[in-house]
Design a binder for this molecule. Structure first.
Ligand SMILES: [Zn+2]
Length: 177
């Protein structure tokens, strides 16, 4: 049997399904016990078992949808860019660092340029680093286009004295051309 994890999200979902959204977990557990003709012990673990039973018996597809989510595609292929895992991570990086090119300083809104999340060490050569945040940098379209698999420059190094922490330092970290 596959593993079932009763997360807070699962409990919220069950609450909505039985019309108890916004109610306390206890109210949900009690209601489920009633539905199944069980005596609720007031124990949280028992409550979780009731949630599990409810999902498995009444909404087995909830579980399936998670179990059948396609596995992470090979980071070296193009399917990787369409995967949920990559899109989520890429959004996180954009939100954390802002839509400003870490190479030339161009800004998505101000300069109307598209931002890319670039793999410093290319995913085709280092697939194991494809989902490692430290291996990612924000690059504008022109900077990203100019960068090929041969270039692994880390542009994220910033001038600590710059007033704007988002302003990138416009020299390469290692001083090389
Ligand atoms: Zn740029």
């Amino acid at each position: 049997m596959t593993q079932f994890i009763c997360t807070n999200g699962t409990i919220q979902k069950v609450k909505r399904a039985i019309g108890l959204a916004g109610q306390k977990n206890k109210a949900v557990f009690r209601k489920l016990a009633e539905m199944f003709g069980e005596q609720w012990t007031g124990d949280r673990d028992h409550g979780k078992r009731l949630v599990k039973r409810f999902v498995l018996e009444k909404h087995p597809t909830w579980k399936e949808s998670r179990a059948t989510r396609p596995p992470m595609p090979d980071p070296r292929g193009d399917d990787f860019l369409m995967s949920y895992g990559w899109r989520k991570l890429r959004m996180e990086v954009l939100v954390e660092r802002g839509p400003t090119c870490e190479c030339c300083g161009a800004n998505a809104q101000r300069d109307r340029v598209k931002m890319n999340i670039d793999h410093i060490k290319p995913r085709r050569l280092f697939p194991e680093l494809a989902l490692v945040k430290e291996n990612l940098q924000v690059l504008c379209d022109p900077c990203n286009h100019g960068k090929g698999n041969w270039d692994q420059t880390d542009w994220r190094e910033r001038d600590a004295t710059a007033p704007d922490p988002m302003r990138p330092r416009l020299v390469k970290k290692d001083g090389a051309a």
